[in-house]
Ligand binder design. Structure first.
Ligand code: ADP
Ligand code: MG
Length: 370
């Protein structure tokens, strides 16, 4: 049997470069397990932090070592010449033409926002995960919340803003802050719309904090969102499928810090996972149902992790966000949720590739079974 050549695309220019390498290592291992090795051959492609695509030995080395490729230490002027030759100019390594199906495992801007998905769509080769629309809508918190609202999914109160409203007009800014205080109150969360990993997010409790956080968020992104802060437990659900997706058991993120900020996310031991989440059965069912609706609302495909806020005091559940390319390391929530739902890591990787092929051929009518 001819093996399907899987273009494993990892690294990337976002702040989640290292997570992407860990995810790619886990996926590469899964593709070489007994059940998958006869079906798939891996063609790894590493996107360097400077944007260069590398094929062949280099990505293999990065996968084996688990560490990002360092640029050779050349004198500054030579380095900038070298960088200018590659920055902003996408060049395709010749091996690109050999790929039968792409498995992009890139997180954050340029990876899960529809840009790479647009390139892969133009190549007319199947790829794992959401297309341009689902990726772009899932990435931008304002667009995502608009789609969720339209689908009738409950969310915390929020206000969408742009950079010009914050920076351009000193007369408008105080009115804007008055309005936020009146409609959302304190504490509230100020977020750049397109980043992830809690970067640029601030929980604010006073007017000076609000003003500073808006200014800071505007330095990260043209689009900014402010949300009413709620006291919550954080629950996550994994979704798998195309047009008739299925939801996994749900998990809970636990931490001792004030909220799930960057430091808590990326410092070993600061956050824990509970699978299944110890919540009433009705809450689990409600979240699973909302996760599948959210997946369809943004037109996701293949996989997504949908994150929720559970207000234990009132029993309310709010949708927080959808991640169309969630962390996929051996210890990440997404594959762990499926493992607890009876789908092993190697089976999950196999299923995602098959879903990519089905979606590409337009035959995505099969029901997920789990
Ligand atoms: N409205 C809110 N109320 C309470 N906590 C929030 C709210 N918004 C965000 N948080 C906290 O901030 C974290 C990061 O926010 P989130 O919107 O998920 O950003 P990111 O896309 O960077 O993960 C959440 O996991 C939660 O701990
Ligand atoms: Mg989040």
């Amino acid at each position: 049997m001819t093996k399907l050549r899987v273009g494993l695309l990892f690294g990337g220019r976002s702040g989640e470069h290292e997570v992407s390498i860990s995810s790619a290592r886990a996926i590469a291992r899964a593709l070489t397990t007994e059940q998958n090795t006869g079906k798939y051959e891996i063609l790894p492609f590493y996107i360097h932090k400077d944007g260069r695509w590398l094929a062949g030995d280099v990505p293999q080395q990065v996968l084996e070592s688990g560490t990002p490729l360092q640029l050779p230490s050349t004198p500054n002027d030579q380095l900038s010449v070298a960088k200018n030759q590659v920055l902003g100019r996408w060049q395709s390594p010749s091996q690109v033409a050999e790929v039968d199906v792409w498995f992009p495992i890139l997180h954050g801007p340029n990876g899960e926002d529809g840009t790479i998905q647009g390139l892969l769509t133009l190549m007319q080769v199947p790829f794992v995960g959401s297309g341009v629309l689902g990726s772009a809508v899932g990435m931008d918190k304002i667009a995502m919340k608009t789609a969720f609202a339209q689908a009738g999914l409950p969310q915390v109160k929020y206000k969408a803003l742009n950079r010009a409203q914050i920076w351009s007009n000193p007369c408008v800014f105080p009115k804007l802050c008055d309005e936020i205080e009146a409609t959302l109150g304190y504490p509230c969360f100020v977020k750049p719309a397109n980043l992830g990993s809690s970067v640029g997010i601030a929980k604010v409790r006073t007017r000076p904090e609000l003003e500073a956080a808006l200014d800071n968020a505007a330095s990260y992104d043209r689009r900014i969102i402010v949300e009413a802060g709620v006291v919550v437990r954080e629950l996550e659900c994994a979704v798998l499928g195309n047009d008739s997706p299925k939801a996994s058991v749900i998990g809970e993120i636990t931490y001792a810090s004030d909220y799930y900020d960057y430091d808590t996310k990326y410092t070993e031991g600061k956050a824990g996972l509970l699978i299944p989440a110890p919540v009433p059965e009705a809450v689990t069912r409600q979240i699973q149902e909302m996760a599948m609706r959210a997946f369809i609302a943004v037109d996701a495909a293949g996989l997504a992790r949908v994150d929720f806020f559970y207000v234990e005091a009132t029993g309310e559940v709010f949708i927080n966000e959808i991640n169309t390319l969630p962390g996929f390391t051996a210890t990440s929530m997404y594959p762990l949720l499926w493992a607890h739902s009876g789908v092993s890591f190697p089976q999950l990787v196999d299923r995602l590739i098959q879903l990519a092929l089905e979606r590409h051929s337009g035959s995505s009518t099969t029901q997920e079974e789990n």
